[in-house]
Design a binder for this molecule. Structure first.
Ligand SMILES: Cc1ncc(COP(=O)(O)O)c(C=O)c1O
Length: 391
């Protein structure tokens, strides 16, 4: 059992005095240190000049790579900082080369942006997208995955935690299959980083994408890509510039040898430092403690909602995290969200188009998504359950 000093953590979180924030899978409330880091940098930038401040703070900006790497057990040279999880994922995926007949194995719960990219690449290359069956409890069926492996499988690409459910996919077991088959493994960890301990070596993924603003509690507009060191130089980025490559002769360029080959020159140093501060904060609270509390708060919320007449909780999975999804008979997801918002309780809604295969398989058009974080209180959950009960 880990200790969490809830009072202190809420004092660190200005927004927790204003709203009941159950939209941490959308964009969490940042701790004060994150806001101060970003704002202070922007203020100073306005005074001394953007390039000049970036030069002066070069060491701090370089340290962000180490901090981010530390959260997932990677090395700083394996991290690229980009502007979103989707950009990170795209930079990895579009660098891979597919031939006609190559197979991409993925999950039923895949995020829309990723699936759209599979479809585009399949159209262009002749590769085939195949959805691995789920177990009865909803996660990717690792035995089925193993049975599907042959020498045409070029990529295993799954989400760790989908956008629309409490489900946690068995990322380590999938990594074992990928390793045995010697197939590239891309993990969309957008909803898991910051929510639970992550170790890229334990998972065995080659590529991992994540964002700052969700469970990590960093600023919006920044995300990162991890690329295993042994793979970096095999990947030809989908686009290059003078950050990812150097123009060395009139007819020649050289691509960087580290993961920065997936970056662009322009970036927001303020947001990067904010991400670094968020990673430091999460590490100080402790990812083990965070995960324990997130999972337990989500269990309380699920139980409370499931007990209400007319409410159906839709989460699946042997292991479930901080995303709680439900519908209320006779009320659209938008109505439920609006009723909660009227009481200063933030949730989001997810439509079928965000995770089309999974939502269609379950006959769901839209769901309410209430996503907890460790700074939420049991009283906040009771308040949210009370509002839904009175609908
Ligand atoms: C599972 C999953 N993957 C990827 C993304 C995309 O993240 P971003 O909006 O930072 O590109 C999301 C966003 O909600 C998500 O839930």
């Amino acid at each position: 059992m880990h200790d969490i000093d809830l009072h202190r953590l809420r004092q660190d979180t200005p927004g927790s005095a204003e709203v009941v924030h159950l939209n941490n899978a959308g964009s969490s409330l940042p701790p004060r240190i994150v806001v101060d880091t970003v704002v202070a940098y922007l203020e100073e930038e306005a005074r001394v000049g953007g390039y000049e401040l970036a030069d002066r703070r070069a060491d701090d900006l370089a340290a962000v790579y180490r901090t981010v790497a530390g959260v997932i057990g990677a090395h700083e040279d394996e991290i690229a900082l980009v502007d979103s999880a989707t950009r990170a994922w795209d930079m990895a995926f579009y660098s891979l080369r597919f031939e006609p007949g190559d197979r991409i194995l993925t999950t039923s719960t895949e995020y829309a942006a990723n699936f759209i990219a599979y479809l585009q690449v399949a159209e262009r290359s002749g590769a085939r997208i195949e959805v691995v069956p789920d177990t009865p409890s909803g996660e990717i069926d690792v035995d089925a995955l193993e049975a599907m492996i042959d020498d045409k499988v070029k990529l295993i690409s799954i989400n760790h935690v989908p956008t629309n459910s409490g489900l946690v996919n068995p990322a380590v077991a999938v990594g074992d299959v990928a390793k045995r088959a010697d197939v590239t493994y891309l993990l969309d960890a957008c909803q898991s980083v910051g929510q639970m301990p992550i170790d890229v070596d334990e998972i065995g993924c080659d590529l991992l994408s994540a964002t700052s603003r969700k469970f990590l509690r960093g600023p919006r507009g920044v995300g990162f890509l991890y690329v295993r060191d042994t793979m970096i130089e095999d990947l030809d980025p989908m686009s290059l510039d003078l950050q990812s490559a150097t123009w060395v002769a009139a007819d020649r360029y050289e691509i960087r040898r580290d993961a920065k080959r997936f970056e662009t020159w322009e970036s927001s140093p303020a947001l990067r430092l904010g991400l670094g501060a968020a990673c430091d904060y999460a590490t100080t609270v402790g990812l083990g403690a965070i995960w324990e509390r997130v999972a337990s708060l989500a269990t309380i919320l699920r139980g409370g909602l499931a007990n209400l007449p007319g409410v159906t909780v839709h989460d699946k999975g042997r292991v479930m995290g901080g995303i709680v999804t439900f519908t209320v008979a006779g009320h659209s997801a938008g109505e439920v969200k609006a009723a909660l918002l009227a009481q200063k309780i933030n949730v989001s809604t997810t439509t079928a188009a965000s995770a089309l295969i999974d939502m269609s398989q379950r006959g769901l058009d839209e769901i309410v998504r209430a996503s907890v974080h460790y700074f939420n209180t049991e009283e906040e959950l009771a308040k949210a359950i009370g509002v839904v009960a009175r609908l």
